[in-house]
Design a binder for this molecule. Sequence first.
Ligand code: ASP
Length: 315
Amino acid sequence: MRPVVAVHGGAGRLSMRLKEREGRLKRELRSAVEEGLRALASGNALDAVVEAVSYMEECGEFNAGRGSVLNLAGEVEMDAAVMWGPDLSFGAVAAVRRFWNTVRLARAVMEETDHILLVGWGAEKLAEALGLEEMEGPLPRRVEEYRRLRSKFLRGEWSYWSRNLKLASLYAGEGDTVGAVALDKDGNLAASASTGGIWLKLPGRVGDTPLPGAGVYAENGLGAASATGRGEVIARSLLCKVACDLLGGGLTAQRAAEEAIRRVTERFGENTAGLILVSARGDVGFAFNTQVMLRALGSPGGEVRVAIYREEGLA
Ligand code: ASP
């Protein structure tokens, strides 16, 4: 068994903009793993997944926290979750507008309340009580992107709306949602995820991220998983739970991740989902049916490896 931290920065399309941002994104993914490893050294797997994702929420490069995308009304609404493998404890928040550090807020729901999920106003009241930092509003580049996308949407040139999800493509170029999984030296597993959701979502829409078994799952002795992609697809597929159950059937993490994604693709089509998975032994799997998935992995004392494109191997 080897302790490990793995992160993802979303699954999506290969775009020119992604090419331009590649160097910066890889640096941020590396830093996120390093944050996770630092937390792992002084704490446990839960600390690691919270710190790695907090880093990505704060840096503004990803669709989470400060860098969140905007809904149809031009507002940010964020979802986040954590799950702790020893006792299946779970905490999540949804539709949070005012506070960027939503993964820390999700941890507080898990540790400080008797509930598993707080939304909107109630979640923000808890954030106030915790003294979390307020957002300064959406980033200027997100506002610009919003204006461009909204006018395309109004002209009927772009939409994610579709009753048949097989036809619905995963927009947003790079995806950008973030997540982490970790295994610590005591064999404890944890998972986290955080997102601004999908561009131009209806206000109040909640995706897979804050739902146990869908956007995250962690169970000691089995595995921990964090997903990204079309929330409506991932939630109905219970993607993270399915991937962990496949580990229980004896597959390696890579084979289990691939099989879980294969099942999603079979039912819902390509361009719908990506997954990171760590087993109780510490082997890691990455799988996605999109063109790219931003991902990175590291172990204490080892080098951090980062990848974006399909042909870049990691685990
Ligand atoms: N899964 C997220 C959601 O649907 C979005 C993403 O992963 O990019 O809210």
